[in-house]
Write a protein that binds this ligand. Structure first.
Ligand SMILES: O=C(NCCc1nnc(-c2ccc3[nH]cnc3c2)[nH]1)c1cc(-c2ccc(F)cc2)cc(O)c1O
Ligand SMILES: [Mg+2]
Length: 214
């Protein structure tokens, strides 16, 4: 029977990457997406911007919305300090199953809590489920029409503190116009746009980095 693209991506990781070596997992996925099949990972170009933000913030608590196959999960988790925790939310059970194996191949399962479900259901439960008070860094990479409602929900649930950083993928392509309008005009945020390209293509895209001012 026909395999799925995430399954073929995992096979490429298991064939070409070294167990316990996150960089080799990232490289294997980027090679698969460039040479074999495009897939919606943040990719190597935007991935470098993601890496620099993670390194700068040096977060103890991270929330990733939209795990997909775990590519950005591995990039982020590999840069975290020892006690730090990354919670990542995936809606599609099939993708979540692949992501767990990609994260395990990278040897990062102890730093990552992968939750399957809808952001609207889980964001209000973060405190009680994981003992999280606030997030130092949130990486938004899930459904593009959920960025704005979920940002408002995180504000309402008190999950953001003065200085929390939101980093949003795909603000140009596929685009998140309502989120950009809100975050760039809100007095509660200071935003900065990092121009880049849609993963593995020449199509224009970029990341929006926003600091919550409290
Ligand atoms: O849809 C995307 N990413 C979303 C995956 C996801 N993985 N998990 C979720 C989730 C998780 C909890 C949720 N709770 C409620 N909705 C949820 C959705 N969403 C996406 C799409 C593209 C893309 C660009 C150009 C094209 F021609 C086609 C596609 C590029 C990208 O970089 C993306 O990130
Ligand atoms: Mg994306």
């Amino acid at each position: 029977t026909q395999t799925t693209r995430p399954q073929r991506m995992l096979a490429a990781v298991q064939k070409n990457a070294t167990r316990g070596d996150p960089r080799s997992v990232v490289k294997a996925i980027d090679q698969f997406c460039r040479q074999k099949e495009w897939a919606m990972n943040v990719g190597d170009e935007k991935g470098c911007i993601l890496d620099s933000v993670v390194t700068e913030v040096n977060p103890e608590t991270v929330l990733e919305l939209g795990t997909y196959c775990g590519y950005s999960t591995v990039r982020i988790a590999s840069l975290l300090p020892p006690q730090a925790k990354l919670i990542t939310l995936e809606f599609n059970p099939g993708n979540a199953a692949i992501a767990r194996q990609v994260i395990a191949w990278a040897g990062l399962e102890d730093k990552v809590e992968l939750v399957e479900g809808a952001s609207g259901d889980f964001i209000p439960k973060m405190k009680e489920m994981f003992g999280i008070k606030t997030f130092d860094l949130v990486f938004l990479d899930h459904w593009k029409d959920r960025y704005l409602p979920d940002t408002k929900l995180m504000e309402e649930c008190g999950l953001l503190r003065k200085g929390s950083i939101l980093l949003a993928d795909n603000v140009i392509c596929p685009g998140t116009p309502d989120y950009l309008e809100y975050i760039r005009n809100s007095p509660r945020y200071k935003s900065q746009f990092f121009k880049s390209h849609l993963e593995y293509t020449k199509v224009e895209d970029g990341l929006e980095k926003s600091i919550f001012l409290g």
